[in-house]
Design a protein around this ligand. Sequence first.
Ligand code: FES
Ligand SMILES: [Fe+2]
Length: 382
Amino acid sequence: MELATTLTSQTVQNVVREVGINPDYWYAVGWANELKPGKIMPVEIWQQKIAVYREANGQLHALEDFCPHKGIPLHKGKVHGCNLACAYHGWEFDGNGKCVSVPYLPETQKLPRAQTRSYPVQEKYDLLWVFPGDPDVAATKQPPEIKEFGSPNWLMVPVPACIKAHFSICNDNSMDVFHGFLHEKLQGWFDPVLLSLGETEATVSAEYQVSYKGQMAKFLGLSDRADSVTTLPVTTEYRYPNFYSSLQGISTLYLMRLPVGPTETRSIAYFFFKVRLPKWILRPLKPLLQTLLQRFVLLKFLAQDIEMVESEQRNYMANPNRRYVEINPAIFAIQRLIVRQYEQFMQKSSQSRFQRNQESEKSISKSCAANHDEFNQAKPIG
Ligand code: FES
Ligand SMILES: [Fe+2]
C-alpha cells in the first residue's frame, strides 16, 4: 500500500517502546566462525537464553540454556558427541533437548523424564540463525536473502554493534534518513527528501533522495569530484525484523537486528561497496580496505548513532509518560509494523493457549467420566 510522504506532526504512541518481538522469524545471533566444533555459544533473543552448540562434525543444535535438573545454564557444560552435557551432574541432552544419559544412574533404572526446549538453528552467510518462535513455522520462513554475499563485485564490510536501547528506537534511527544532520562532521548525506513510502504486512519501504559532497563521498564512490554535489536516491526497507538499504548500485546495507531484551539490542551489519578496482588489485587490498572502512568510516558513524539512540532510551525510561512529536511518516509506519507484529504473535499465543486449555479440559472431563464409571462398577471387597 502506498502511503503519503507529507511530513505532518503527530504524537508518538509510546507503546512501541514497550512491545516485545514476534519470535516467528529467524534471528541472527552471532558469527558462525566463532562457534568452533565441540564448543557452545550462549545467546539471548528477547530474554530467551539459548545455548547453541556445534558437534565435532559441524552439526549445529540450539537448546534452552537451562538444565531441567537444577536450572544450571547448559552453556557451562560440554559437548559430548551429539549431546550437550550439563556442567553440574553431567546429565546429557540430545539435539531435541531430551535427557538421554545420567552418568550415575544404574543401568537397570529408567532415565528421568527431563526435557529442555530445542530451537531450529542454521548457518547462512557466515552467521548463526536461531528461530525462537513456533518450530512448525520455521521451515516456512528464511533469513533475508543477501545477494551480494560472496560476490567478487562487492567489497563486504561487517560491523557488529551492541546498543543499550529498545529495538524500536534502533529501528527508528535506521529508517530515518532525515538524521543526516548528525553525521555532518563525517561528511554524511544532506538535503534529504522523502520521495515515496509503502507498507505491507511485514515491510515498510521508503525511498529518499539525498545529496553528498566532499572527500569522503569521493572515496566511497558516491561522487566523482569532492567539490561537487551529487544527488542520489536511497531505498530503505524494514523487512521485519531486519533492515535493507541501497544507494543506487553503489552500496548496500543489510542490518540484522537481534533484540536481546527491553533495553538491549545487538546488530550485525553487512555493508557492501561496489568494487571499482580491477579484481587482481582488489584481492590483496581487501583486508586493508575492510579495516579502513570499518574503523575510520562505519564505526564512526555508528558511534554517533549509538550516542543518540542510547540517550533517547535513557530519557524515555526516566519519564515513560512523556509524549514525543514526530513528523516522518516512515517512522509512524515502522512503529505500526513493530506493534502489529507483536500483537499478531500475542493473539496467536492466546489462541493456542485457549485451544490447549480446551483440550486439557476435554481430557480431564473424559478421565473424570472414566473414573466415575470405574467407581460405579467397582465391587466392594469382601
Ligand atoms: S543441574 Fe544439570 S545435571 Fe544437575
Ligand atoms: Fe546514522
